[in-house]
Write a protein that binds this ligand. Structure first.
Ligand SMILES: Cc1cc2nc3c(=O)[nH]c(=O)nc-3n(C[C@H](O)[C@H](O)[C@H](O)COP(=O)(O)OP(=O)(O)OC[C@H]3O[C@@H](n4cnc5c(N)ncnc54)[C@H](O)[C@@H]3O)c2cc1C
Length: 411
């Protein structure tokens, strides 16, 4: 049994997982959290249900969901994968269920189950938990170990020492959040938001707020971005998995253009344009005297179809029999290449993360120990690893937290 003196900075998913793992191996662990509540992000995650991980036992396929860090997570996932996460919670009486799209939630459908499990496991393992305790400074001590300057709730400053320190302080919303590590010689990849939705000031699009489609292709041609999947039209623009995916993979490109660019939507990506034009031609004969705006081409819903017909330049009372060759072409273009100017980003209320953080080349990914400052470890969103929406970000936190906890307790 090790008697390590370990301090974990940050009481989120990664910090708790590391602290529990190390304490269960016999280490003496203190966990310091600057806010008044532990695990606050776990609590609000997944719309209050906590999307714990993603049902994807294939490690390579799982790794493909990380715009930053997809190669780097391969080794760590061999040590602690989503299957291990399911088992870890299962052993503590928390059963997870899988939804149709692969997202995994606690069967209870509330994040409180996960919070209670982590808090209970930490206490059972003997982790000493300190809330309202902010680490304001971190210095290497001559001869080994670290000295931490702590600000308490009453403004007093005390210092603590530890052999090993884990920084699990979460996404670098600003460069100053990475300062503790930067002072010890670490480079920070500049932070930029990921997982956001698109603001589009188009009256006709916004009038369709609430409509969702299962399969739409979204293209930001100038930026070389292309994604396909479910979309949701909102009162501010576009959201849904396909938009969040594009925002994650294109986080840096979209930041570079200040979130102003043109998106092109193909509402029927499953069909070639020629087939769509053929279908419209056929309608001309089969629907004859009926109103174009009232007979949509599947799978486009009626309200969207009406607006596409108007956008193609047809009148509301236009009939199929009177549709011209140019109008057929315009309708085909609207169905496959509707263009909208994006005027900014809005953060999705369910989930957002920061891309950027501690440079992975400076971390030993088998232990999560710094290559720059021995005895210093990292876990969670502070690292330059981030996933798309669907449980991938928590999985990265569980995996890196577990590995860091093990390594700290056994080194
Ligand atoms: C609204 C929302 C919903 C989400 N839903 C999901 C989801 O369902 N599934 C999913 O996979 N991901 C989700 N995410 C992303 C996920 O929550 C994060 O990736 C994950 O919480 C990161 O865990 P972490 O422990 O690295 O960081 P955090 O959870 O951010 O924890 C870091 C902790 O460190 C503390 N801290 C910071 N600096 C100091 C300091 N100097 N001293 C002491 N303490 C400090 C902070 O107060 C914080 O409590 C969501 C994110 C948001 C914002």
């Amino acid at each position: 049994m090790s008697t390590s003196q370990i301090i974990v900075v940050g009481g989120g998913a990664a910090g708790f997982f590391a602290a529990i793992t190390a304490a269960e191996m016999g280490a003496k662990v203190r966990l310091l959290e600057k806010s008044g509540r532990f695990l606050e992000k776990v609590r609000i995650s997944g719309g209050g249900r906590c999307n714990v991980t993603h049902a994807c036992p294939d490690i390579r396929a799982m790794a493909g969901n990380y715009p930053r860090g997809s190669r780097a997570v391969l080794g760590p996932f061999h040590q602690f994968s989503m299957t291990d996460t399911v088992e870890w919670f299962g052993r503590r009486g928390v059963r997870l269920k899988t939804e149709r799209d692969g997202r995994m939630f606690p069967e209870s459908n509330t994040s409180e189950t996960i919070v209670a499990c982590l808090l209970g496991s930490a206490r059972d393992a003997g982790v000493e938990l300190f809330a309202n305790t902010e680490v304001a400074s971190l210095d290497a001590v001559h001869g080994g170990g670290y000295r931490l300057g702590i600000s308490g709730i009453k403004g007093e400053t005390v210092s603590l020492e530890a052999n090993r320190v884990l920084l699990a302080t979460g996404g670098c919303r600003s460069a100053s959040q990475g300062l503790l590590a930067a002072k010890l010689g670490h480079a920070l990849i500049p932070p930029v938001p990921s997982l956001f939705t698109f603001i589009i000031e188009s009256g006709w699009l916004r009038s369709l707020s609430g409509i969702s489609l299962e399969d739409v292709e979204v293209v930001a041609g100038d930026l070389g971005l292309r994604q396909r999947g479910p979309i949701l039209i909102t009162h501010w623009g576009l959201s849904g998995p396909v938009v969040l995916k594009m925002s994650a993979w294109g986080a840096r490109d979209l930041h570079a253009v200040n979130y102003r660019f043109t998106v092109r939507l193909n509402w029927m990506p499953g069909k070639p344009l020629d087939d769509i034009l053929g279908e419209i031609q056929h309608r001309r004969q089969s629907a004859g005297n009926k109103l174009v705006s009232q007979i949509p081409i599947a799978p486009v819903p009626l309200r969207l179809w009406e607006n596409l017909v108007m956008a193609a330049g047809l009148n509301r009372d236009a009939r199929w029999s009177g549709i011209t060759r140019n109008q057929i072409h315009a309708l085909g273009m609207q169905l496959t290449r509707s263009e909208f100017p994006v005027a900014g980003k809005s953060l999705n209320k369910d989930e957002f993360v920061t891309c950027g953080g501690i440079k992975l080349g400076e971390v030993n990914l088998q232990t999560m120990e710094s290559k720059v400052s021995p005895g210093l470890f990292f876990a969670g969103e502070l690292l330059d690893i981030d996933g798309i929406t669907g449980g991938f970000n928590f999985q990265a936190a569980w995996t890196t937290g577990y590995i860091a906890g093990r390594a700290m307790a056994s080194s």
